[in-house]
Design a binder for this molecule. Structure first.
Ligand code: AMP
Length: 296
């Protein structure tokens, strides 16, 4: 599942993002959090962003786009992600579209949390009080003065994204004035309605199986992952067979696939996948061919 959470400061994006992370085993990408970490670590980006963040302005687009681009390349992104606090401007949204296109990633939806502005100040005050009670450092931009600047920036620069994503048929709006529980339920309901949840559940299942396998608990996996393993194994067998025959003359597609490298790759995939019989068979055939080719 790949989502964007949209809403003004204090709308509850962080809270809802954490809940979605738990439910669907996806990763939260909060540019605010990443920038705060960079400030704390005094990295070059942090040093650049520090004062800008303290007065409630926006960090330059190229910095945040760069951070997100690097992060999307990390292996933990494969189950999906929630972007929280990014994009914040139309140019950032356009840059994100480009990035996703280049990386062959499909965005499922943009969830807008709609709230009354009058409620935001008291929400942020509550957040500050809770953080103090937990003994946590309070954000320096969570003051009434800076908040009103952040709100103005949201209205001027971020709100146009509602139109941007609505035009692209990605926008789902949720009433963010309900209780946290209700908002969560509503988000899950609408994600279910667009079919994003099934995909996320399947991804979570795969993640669980991978974790189990890593701890040596998995025996013969059944159900969907097994089917997937068998499919990959079949691919391995075909690739191996093709490799053993050698490339077909004049066929670009075949010659690209029919290499010992392709067989090896398919073998690796098959070994990674289910431990079903088909997978084992595919692995064996592919291994044999790889060895043969290596000898030759
Ligand atoms: P947040 O935690 O999302 O409220 O972000 C805190 C601060 O980090 C913002 O007020 C900005 O100064 C900066 N920031 C976070 N995300 C972005 C972004 N996408 N573009 C520009 N600045 C950002």
């Amino acid at each position: 599942m790949r989502l964007i959470l949209l809403g003004p400061p204090g709308a509850g994006k962080g809270t809802q993002a954490q809940r979605l992370v738990q439910k669907y085993a996806i990763v939260q990408l909060s540019t605010g959090e990443m920038l705060r970490a960079a400030v704390a670590a005094e990295t070059p980006i942090g040093l650049q962003a520090k004062d800008i963040m303290a007065n409630g302005s926006l960090v330059p687009d190229e910095i945040v786009v760069g951070i997100i681009s690097d992060r999307l390349d990390q292996p933990d992104m494969k189950n999906g992600f929630i972007l929280d606090g990014f994009p914040r401007t139309v140019p950032q949204a356009e840059a994100l579209d480009e990035l996703l296109k280049k990386k062959h990633i499909k965005l499922d939806a943009v969830v807008e949390l709609r709230v009354n502005e009058s409620a935001l100040l008291s929400r942020v005050e509550t957040r500050v009080a809770e953080m103090r009670a937990r003994g946590e450092d309070v954000r320096i931009d969570d003051t009434p003065e800076v908040l009103s600047k952040r709100l103005a920036s949201y209205r001027a620069l971020t709100e146009p994204l509602i139109h941007y994503y609505s035009e692209r048929r990605k926008l789902l709006t949720v009433d963010g004035m309900m209780t946290i529980e209700h908002v969560t339920r509503e988000i899950n309901r609408i994600l279910g309605a667009i079919g994003a949840v099934d995909e996320a559940k399947a991804a979570k299942k795969t993640a669980k199986n991978t974790a189990k396998k890593a701890s040596g608990k998995v025996s013969a996996a059944a159900g969907k992952p097994a089917k997937k393993g068998a499919k990959v194994a079949k691919k391995a067998t075909v690739a191996a067979k093709t490799a053993s025959k050698g490339p077909k003359k004049g066929s670009k597609k075949t010659s690209a696939k029919a290499t010992p490298k392709a067989a090896k790759k398919a073998t690796r995939q098959a070994t990674k996948g289910s431990k079903g019989r088909a997978a084992a068979k595919g692995t064996k055939v592919a291994k044999k061919v790889t060895k043969k080719r290596a000898k030759a």
